[in-house]
Structure formats: C-alpha cells, structure tokens
Ligand binder design. Structure first.
Ligand code: K7E
Ligand code: CUA
Length: 671
C-alpha cells in the first residue's frame, strides 16, 4: 500500500471503527500502526471475530490450515539456513513456529555453544590459517539420506564465506564437526548429500589459486581454479573423514549450485557456473564491473560430473595433494571421463534433479525459461561424442540440443526448483516475486491432467523470493502439501523494526491441483538471510528427549567415565593446577564454595545429574566468558587461568525451579 493511499484510508477506517463502537458493536479495541493493522482485541464467537477483523474466506482457510491447538505438534520440520547469522533454524510446519536456532558457525550462548572448552574446540576446527572465525554465511542445509530419502539422522550445512561444512547430529540437534576446505576460500554448491550420504558435496564459488596462495589477477586463467569437493561421511562415527575425501579441480568459472543425481542418475553430480567469461572485474581501472563481465555470454556451463569415476581415479593414485588434500587435476578429469560441460542459459542459478533422477532443471536469472536436460539424452550424447567442442581447458562440451529436453517459459528471474509427488515442479521467480507451478513431462506426464511442460499458476509472494522448499522436496518421493518461500525482502509486510527489515518465510498451500496455490502464513525470522531449507516429516526425526546416561559428552556422544557424578564431587590441587568435579541438580551446585589462588590454572567439569525431561541447568562464571547449557545427563568442561584476585558468583542461568535464584556458588580467588 502506498503511503498516500494509506493516509487516505486511515481516516476512513477510523470513522468506521467509531461508528461500530457508537453502535454498541462488539469491537472493543484496535491499534493503528500506520494504517494497516486490523483490530485483534475482539470478543464474541468465531463469526463475530471474523467479521470484526474483516477476514475473507481465504484468510479463514489459511488460519485453520496453519493453527495448531495448544499442545498439538507440527507435521514437518523445516531446517532453514540462517544465512550470515551462521546458524540453522528449525521451524515447525504448518504452524511456522520457531522450535530452535541451532548454533553452528557462530557462538550461541543459550545452548552454551562456544562457551565451554569442548564446544569451542568444535568451533576452532573451522579456524582459517590459525585464526578463529566465529561466524559463517550458511546457505544450503542438507539432510542425510538413505536410498534417496531423508533419514533424519544428520544435517549438513556450508559456510560460503570460508568454504566450511558443518555436521549436526539430529539426535540432540547439536553441531559435532566443522571442516575447513583445504583448497578453497569460498564455496556455494553445497551442502548436498549423495543418495546414501556416502559423500557430502561442496562446490566452490569464487575461483582462486588452489590453497588461496598468492597469484596476480593477471594470471587468472593460468593460476585461478574452481573446485568441487566430495567429503566422505562416516555415518557410524557421525563425522566427515577428510583423509578419505577429495576435490576435483575445475576451471575458474565460479561454480554456483550443485545437486546430486539420484536413482537413474545416482553417481553423478551437476553444478552450475556463472563466470565462464573468466571476467576479473576492475571497475576502478575502467574495466567492465563484475556484474557486466560475468553476464556477458549467453551461455555458461552446467558441469556434469561422474563422481564414482572420480573416486576410483583418486583411489588409483591419480590425485595430487594441495595443503595435504587430494585433488584430481583438471586435465585428468577432462580426459578420463569425469567432467563434461553442457551450455546453460543465461546467468544460471539453480540446478535441481527431478525425483526420479531423470531430468536436471536449470534456471537462468536473465532468461524467463527453465531449461530441462534429460539425463538419458546426456548419457547418449556423451557415449556418441556429440560435442560442440572443448573449452579452453580441454573439457568436452556436450551439444546443447543433444542434451536438452525442454524449455518452459515461467516468468522473470527463475532461480530454484522443487518437486511435488504429483508431477508438479515449483520454481521461484526472483524478479516476478512469485512461485510458479508447472508440469513435468516424460515419465511424469501421466500424473496430471494438464499438458506436460506447462505453466499452471504463479502465486505472488512478498518479496524477491530466493529458494523455496517443498515437504520432502529433494527426495526420490516428495510429499508436497506445503511449500515455504524464502524471501529476500519484506518491505511493507510487518511492523517496522528499524531500517533492517525482517526477512519473510511464507508458507504456501500446494495441496490442491491446478491453479489452487495460496499463501497461508507470513513468518518473519529474527535473523537472516535465509537461503535454502529442507523440510522433513517430523516422525522421521528420532531426537532424544534426554541424554542416555549421566555424564554424557555431547561431543563424542558417549558417556564420559571421568565426568562428575553425584556423591563423587571433588576439588584436586596439584601445584597451581586445579581440577574441579561439580554436579548440578535442582536446586544446588555441589560444591558451593571454590577457593583458588591467583595464578591457578583451573579445569572445571560440571555434570547435570538430573534424569527428568527438560530439567536443564545453566552455569555461568561471570567475567570468564563461560556459559554452559547442561541438559539432563550432560557434562561440560571449561578451563581458565586465574589472572587476578577477586570474588565471583557462579549461578544457574536456566529458571529451573522455585529455588533457582538460590542455585549459586562463590568462587574466591586469593591474591
Ligand atoms: Cu541464496 Cu542457493 Cu546461496 Cu539462491 S543461493 S537464493
Ligand atoms: Cu538450575 Cu536454575
């Protein structure tokens, strides 16, 4: 609504309200916040509230579709990237209630994430050249998969800024590992799980000399490179194994998004690229700026990768090492049948494999179409050497028409595509601010009455949608029903909270057929900026309600035999080395007095010995940057050097009981 229009409507709205109040209507209150607030403080029956709030039948439908009666649980959990907050959001769908903000690349004090010795050690695994980096730019979460279906065990997410990947264990929703990519400083095409989570794919973004050593931009074509990394995942250990992982060296084309093949295309990976121009910018020297240089060509290259073949070549010793990491050289990848290119239009962003693995859908930001490639045609073209040539690095370029199945016109700025169970595809339209529903052809054509490869409906979203996520939408058997649009702007949708506006998740009903999509719910998120999300059926998650044993170490996911236990609390001094074993229960710590001396080095363990669900205790030692979250059974450790004398009160930071304020102790440092 324009502000002029708003100014005109406010007095009108106010006089209507005055009329209703004067008439003794049930409207007993309203707020005005610049003209677009509807009265909410109304009493009476449902019909009265609907009338007073001016709700349309569509509004009422949206309300009853999303409302969860108190105590009722959601059907899906959306794991959404928290963008440059470095965190992950877990959101219940369809209620869009925020369940948890999982600390990943950034310290998060409520969870004690980064404020104990061992959580800090995990964060430190992401150090870059010995420097602590305590934030990340999270883009693409990936749930672990078994036979192409989300299995609810692990979640992976990348940090675009530093090319790192995190492993989150979904038994306790905590981050267990960070790995820093040893050969690249930025990533984007990840995280993507292969259909059995043998590998987690991390494609690069901005090219650089491998290992980010120095090389002049004059040497861009000779020295700069892209990469696609395959991190080996050990499901039993719940860890990525860098020694069994490898990268493929690729040209400095700025790889963008990757997806893994599935079913018929299992064993393959597909990545966009955006800078086959190899533009190097330099606007300040009168050269074309990156935005012009990078989007000069009509076509960039979809990278087609046979990763099983790459793994075989690496195992056979064909890799070289960069920073101790195995890298399959570009010339080997090009010659030995690992890497092909297919032209893709125009400033591509988004590559998504259909549930059967049979088509690869690519969007070009500057092309109103999505381009659909057939995996079968691609294979035939490769087998028959139907190439339009080679790129300057010797990589064969598959003839566009030989691999292309269809181009479907959808609208302006198509980005990402997801799939439903019914042969529908959903593509975000960034410039149109809309979600397009369209029909797949080929083996999916019989699933819907409309013509194949046809736009069915565009539903407006607010505004500038990036990714979208359909329930189980990245699996071999999507659920559909709900779609979440992740929008970059919200401009006029929410109360103003300063110039940094909330970002907006919108829940879209896709349960019907044909042109029946409807926006159900707006959810501002308190952090940003979201990129991708995956939505899993809630009953696939087998999260623990409580740790299995007292003295549980959430980093190793085992009981720690040396952890403090009730009745065995102690204080041990060895010269100026002090070690403390403390327990927490409602509503006291044992011990309550800690007396140390200036110059002591202290190692302090605390176990929450509770066995009741949700009986979490906090522990803070003020002035020492220590804040623990001790879930029932959990043990944590912190260390510090007592550099000066003083008196400190440690206390429980969770309001755990009526006598929570009394859950406290004194640490005196003599000296
Ligand atoms: Cu934001 Cu997938 Cu990083 Cu598109 S990406 S929006
Ligand atoms: Cu324990 Cu408050």
């Amino acid at each position: 609504m324009s502000s002029t229009l708003r100014r005109k409507l406010v007095p009108v709205a106010l006089s209507i309200i005055a009329l209703l109040v004067a008439a003794g209507a049930w409207l007993i209150g309203c707020r005005s916040t610049g003209g677009n607030a509807t009265a909410t403080i109304v009493s009476g029956d449902a019909d009265s509230v609907i009338a007073a709030r001016g709700l349309t039948p569509a509004d009422v439908y949206a309300a009853v579709k999303t409302y969860q009666p108190s105590g009722k649980k959601d059907e899906y959990v959306l794991f959404a990237s928290g963008g440059h907050s470095g965190q992950v959001l877990a959101v219940g769908v369809p209620s869009m209630r925020l369940l948890k903000l999982i600390g990943v690349f950034t310290p998060e004090p409520w969870q004690g994430w980064g404020f104990s010795r061992d959580t800090r050690r995990v964060l430190d695994e992401g150090d870059v050249d010995g420097k602590s980096i305590h934030w990340g730019d999270t883009h693409h979460p990936a749930l672990s998969e078994t036979a192409g279906d989300y299995d609810g065990q692990f979640l992976f997410i990348n940090d675009k800024a530093q090319a790192r990947v995190a492993v989150i264990d979904l038994r306790d929703f905590e981050t267990k590992q960070l790995v820093k990519n040893p050969i690249a400083m930025s990533d984007h095409g990840g995280s993507v799980a292969t259909p059995n989570t043998d590998y987690v794919i991390e494609g690069g973004q901005y090219a650089g000399p491998l290992g980010w050593r120095y090389a002049s931009l004059e040497q861009y074509q000779q020295q700069y490179r892209g990469m696609v990394t395959f991190w080996k995942f050990d499901r039993k250990a719940g860890r990525i194994v860098p020694a069994e992982s490898f990268s493929i060296e690729v040209p400095p084309y700025w790889q963008d998004i990757c997806d893994a093949g599935k079913k018929v295309s299992d064993g393959w990976a597909f990545c966009n690229s955006i800078n086959t121009e190899m533009a190097t910018g330099g606007i300040e020297q009168g050269k074309p700026p990156f935005e012009a240089g990078v989007s000069k060509r009509d076509m960039d290259y979809l990278h087609v990768i046979d990763w099983r073949k790459a793994a075989q070549l690496v195992a056979a010793g064909r890799a070289r090492t960069v920073n101790g990491f195995r890298v399959l050289p570009l010339d080997v990848a090009a010659k030995e049948g690992v890497l092909w290119f297919v032209p893709e239009p125009k400033s591509p962003h988004g590559v998504d494999v259909t549930p059967g693995g049979d088509f690869i859908v690519v969007s070009g930001k500057l092309d109103p179409h999505v381009t659909v490639y057939s995996f079968a045609k691609l294979q035939q073209a490769i087998a028959a050497h139907r190439y339009s040539g080679k790129d300057v690095f010797g990589v064969p370029v598959v003839d566009f028409d030989a691999a292309m199945e269809k181009q479907v016109e959808l609208g302006l700025g198509p980005l990402h595509t997801q799939f439903g169970p019914d042969g529908y595809a959903y593509t975000s339209l960034f410039l149109d601010s809309a979600v397009a529903r369209w029909t797949l052809g080929g083996p999916y054509a019989s699933l819907h009455p409309e013509a194949p490869w046809t736009l069915v409906q565009k539903v407006p979203v607010q505004y500038n949608i990036g990714h979208l996520s359909v329930a189980e939408g990245d699996t071999v058997s999507p659920d559909g029903g709900y779609l979440v649009a992740m929008n970059k702007w919200s401009v006029d949708r929410f109360l103003t909270v300063g110039p940094l506006h909330p970002q907006n998740f919108q829940l879209v009903d896709i349960s019907g057929k044909g042109p029946s999509m409807q926006v159900l719910y707006d959810m501002p998120i308190g952090i940003g900026e979201p990129h991708y999300a995956q939505m899993i059926k809630a009953d696939k998650l087998k999260a623990w309600e409580i740790y299995p044993q007292i003295g549980w170490d959430a980093r190793t996911m085992t009981a720690d035999a040396t952890a403090p236990q009730a009745g065995k609390e102690r204080f041990v001094r060895n010269g100026n080395q002090v070690e403390i074993w403390m327990t927490a229960t409602r509503s006291h710590f044992t011990p309550e007095h800690i007396q140390i001396k200036k110059g002591d080095h202290v190692v302090w363990h605390v176990t929450n010995v509770e066995t009741a669900k949700d009986a979490t205790h906090g522990f803070t030692l003020p002035g020492f940057d220590v804040n623990l979250s001790l879930e029932p059974g959990e043990t944590e450790t912190f260390e510090f050097l007592a550099e000066k004398g003083g008196t400190y009160t440690y206390y429980c930071t969770e309001f755990c009981s009526a006598l929570h304020l009394e859950m406290v102790g004194y640490m005196t440092v003599q000296g």
